[in-house]
Design a binder for this molecule. Structure first.
Ligand code: GLN
Length: 238
């Protein structure tokens, strides 16, 4: 078995080392005897083809970088939308998350989004920075957020409910979005190393799409990962 991962714009959208999430996806496949192939698409490259891709990953970046990437991504709007509607697995973090929506409104300008999700983002006055803990279908999710944008997700299902931190808009208590096989979130950096159950959810979706008879991943001994996760939950949860 093999899973093919496409990392979009690692040169620009890699604010907190989101690349580590790719390594975690890869390693958790390899540990189960499943091959993983990782390809990158940067601004220097000509085109990308999603017909044989299992997981697309878009990381986070500054507003400036987001603008550059956005113009390139909009050229692939139809393709990315069709991929998601066809149950393609897509993970989008922070700036990448905002780009999945209708728009990201900044002071004096608006960045158009891919309209994959029926959400929108507006820049707020203060940046929302700090550790964050969520309640989710995958247990407690821990991470770090740093965003100026507030994202309004309408009727979409959130990834989790905020137990500590700000979340999508500093008000609703929702964080991220789960839509088909899309996981979109503001949680930066080592999202998957810190939250192995979420990582395995993403991998399982991708495997089930490529191999319809695939049922579930064999368990890994995640004692260190789980201890680290529980430590953070205890530290921040009131
Ligand atoms: N530029 C976006 C914001 O500040 C996203 C930042 C990020 O990816 N950390 O809201």
């Amino acid at each position: 078995m093999i899973i093919k991962i496409l990392h979009l714009f690692p040169d620009l959208l890699n604010l907190y080392g989101d690349k580590g999430n790719i390594e975690c996806l890869r390693k958790r496949l390899v540990w189960r005897g499943i091959d993983a192939e990782v390809a990158s698409y940067t601004c220097e490259d000509g085109d990308f083809d999603l017909s044989d891709v299992d997981i697309v990953f878009i990381g986070g970046g500054s507003d400036r970088e987001q603008k550059i990437v956005c113009n390139r991504l909009l050229e692939h709007k139809r393709e990315l939308k069709d991929y998601v509607e066809d149950n393609g697995t897509l993970v989008a973090v922070c700036g990448g998350y905002q780009l999945l929506g209708r728009y990201y409104r900044l002071e004096g300008e608006t960045i158009s989004g891919l309209e994959i999700l029926d959400i929108y983002t507006e820049q707020g006055k203060k940046r929302l920075i700090g550790n964050i803990v969520l309640e989710s279908d995958f247990g407690k999710i821990v991470g770090f957020e740093n965003h100026g944008g507030r994202t309004y997700i309408g009727n979409h299902k959130p990834l989790g409910r905020v137990l500590y931190g700000y979340g999508n808009d500093d008000d609703s208590g929702a964080e991220g979005v789960l839509y088909k096989n899309v996981v979109a979130t503001y949680l930066h950096g080592p999202l998957f190393p810190k939250n192995p159950r979420l990582c395995d959810y993403v991998l399982t979706n991708a495997l089930q799409r490529r191999y319809p008879d695939f049922t579930e991943l064999s368990p890994l001994r995640d004692s260190l990962e789980n201890t680290a996760n529980e430590y953070i939950v205890k530290r921040f949860q009131k």
